[in-house]
Design a protein around this ligand. Structure first.
Ligand SMILES: C[S@@+](CC[C@H](N)C(=O)[O-])C[C@H]1O[C@@H](n2cnc3c(N)ncnc32)[C@H](O)[C@@H]1O
Length: 479
């Protein structure tokens, strides 16, 4: 491996197209994992690795370089602002900086926040996902805490591949709890096994492009959509026939990439015969589209007409209990938390408030627990709220601790698991739409049972409980 330092451009003419970028996030304590990963990595001239270290200066530089030199065929390159992403290079992000990718170049700026609040890995991986979509791979080695979780979620959302390091014997299920990238990743593997998966995926990508290109793949998949929805209905009991076609296709195509199948009819067979694939596709389809204060007018009604009533007659020593079902990546639970806190700020005596936030999807919950979001949330709320309830971390926003501590996230299936009880508010938005009439008729009485008398149920815009007039009456008919 030779050091090309700050070179710009490299072997002109060798690359006909931008290299496939493999973003690798690691903590400074992960030198052993870094060694294990790079010792098996064989970088092709049309691939580039970008190594983002949380506290790079905590690793001795010569040891780091030794570890990276284990990789065959790669040059080492220190990233500077505006530098071109080069194939065949391991690009090293500088210390104390936020590095992102824009087009074919890196952008580097000084990190303004304290060390623990920089989201260096997430900032890079989010930019990678947004720039390169399917043509991106993210690897997060163990020990980064929650940094990397948002990045992995965004990569998957944009069609890229996400791999995390497996620690221990692999017996425990990383999806069960926690907030790490491993809870969301497509593959969770020991470091030395990751390069092989990258290699297979990269070859598959190139094959796809040579053969037809993504648009053609999508067009071919569209013809098989109904069959795929049939299989999903049979195997998971959930009906996606009416699901938005483009989103559906993107998810199917992403799964085809992950399982390395190029041909849509071969994928339909695989979906039919493999014992786990229907569940994987189902999980990817569920990745909830959600946002802060989704449906602003309805949240206004909640804020002005409902929340004051919830606190009436409740003071210190008493409890306010809220259940947010189908909370996905946490935006709705935190939105309600913000409204509750803002109301509490005007009270002399405040009760203890707890928000139980649940979802069937353990991966979404991992992201919810971290409470870190992309900068696009700026448009979801007023600048005042953003400033009061979020901390800027690199190119992300993180929910303040006081709000995070109010919310307890846990996995729960509304169809099977016992409900919470003695609740003041249930928020179940855009979840009933997944359930058929029979299931809705089963869960709505459960909500009534779980609530204290004369308390509140908050539904999504296209949902209602008009078939249960004895149980619920509208507070605001329009909302
Ligand atoms: C479209 S998202 C809605 C997110 C959020 N409530 C909102 O309105 O923005 C639907 C969520 O429901 C969850 N979900 C689907 N079926 C579920 C079930 N049976 N039990 C619990 N959660 C479920 C999905 O995992 C997904 O996160």
């Amino acid at each position: 491996m030779d050091d090309v330092g700050q070179s710009q451009g490299g072997d002109e003419g060798r690359q006909s197209k931008a290299p496939l970028i493999i973003g690798v996030g690691a903590s400074a304590g992960a030198l052993a994992s870094i060694e294990r990963f790079f010792s098996k990595l064989r970088l092709n001239p049309d691939q580039a690795v970008v190594l983002v270290l949380q506290y790079r200066d905590a690793i001795e530089d010569t040891r780091l370089r030794e570890a990276l030199q284990r990789s065959e065929g790669a040059r080492l390159s220190e990233i500077s602002d505006g530098q071109l992403v080069e194939g065949g290079a391991i690009h090293l992000c500088p210390s104390d900086m936020i590095t992102t990718v824009h087009g074919d170049r890196f952008a580097v700026r000084r990190a303004e926040q304290a060390r623990a609040e920089r989201a260096t890995i997430d900032s890079f991986l989010v930019s990678l996902a947004e720039e390169r979509a399917e043509e991106s791979i993210g690897v997060v080695l163990a020990g980064t805490g929650g940094d990397g979780t948002l990045g992995v979620a965004t990569l998957k959302d944009h069609g890229g591949l996400a791999i995390a390091e497996r620690i221990g014997d692999g017996q425990s299920n990383p999806h069960d709890e926690g907030n790490s990238a491993a809870a969301i990743a497509d593959f969770v593997l020991p470091p030395e096994a990751i390069p092989e998966h990258i290699d297979v995926y990269a070859r598959h990508l190139r094959r796809l492009e040579e053969k037809q290109g993504f648009d053609e793949v999508l067009a071919a998949a569209a013809t098989s959509l109904a069959r795929i929805a049939d299989i999903l209905r049979n195997k998971t009991g959930n009906d996606f026939h009416g699901y938005k076609q483009n989103t559906f296709l993107r998810r199917v195509q992403r799964r085809m990439q992950v399982v390395q199948i190029d041909d849509i009819s071969a994928y339909v067979d695989f979906l039919r015969n493999d014992k786990d694939e229907a569940q994987h596709l189902f999980n990817d389809l569920l990745i909830g589209v959600t946002e802060f204060f989704r449906d602003k007018k309805e949240f206004d009604v909640l804020e002005t007409q409902v929340i004051p009533k919830i606190f009436e007659g409740k003071g210190a020593g008493q409890q306010v209990r809220v259940w947010v079902l189908g909370c996905a990546t946490g935006e709705e639970a935190y939105s309600i938390g913000i409204l509750l806190r803002e109301h509490m700020a005007g009270l002399d005596s405040v009760p203890q408030v707890q928000i139980f936030a649940t979802d069937i999807d353990g991966r979404a919950l991992a992201a919810a627990r971290v409470g870190r979001y992309r900068t696009s949330i700026e448009t979801d709320m007023t600048p005042d709220r953003l400033a009061r309830w979020f901390v800027r971390e690199g190119d992300t926003y993180c929910v303040v601790k006081e709000l995070r501590e109010m919310c307890i996230f846990s996995q729960h299936n509304v169809i099977k698991d016992a409900p919470f009880s003695k609740l003041d508010l249930i928020s179940c938005r855009n979840l009933l739409i997944y359930l058929n009439a029979e299931l809705q008729n089963r869960v709505i009485p459960l909500f009534h049972f779980a609530l204290l008398p004369d308390r509140f149920l908050f539904l999504g815009n296209s949902e209602n409980v008009t078939r249960h007039p004895k149980l619920f009456a509208p507070v605001d008919r329009r909302a």
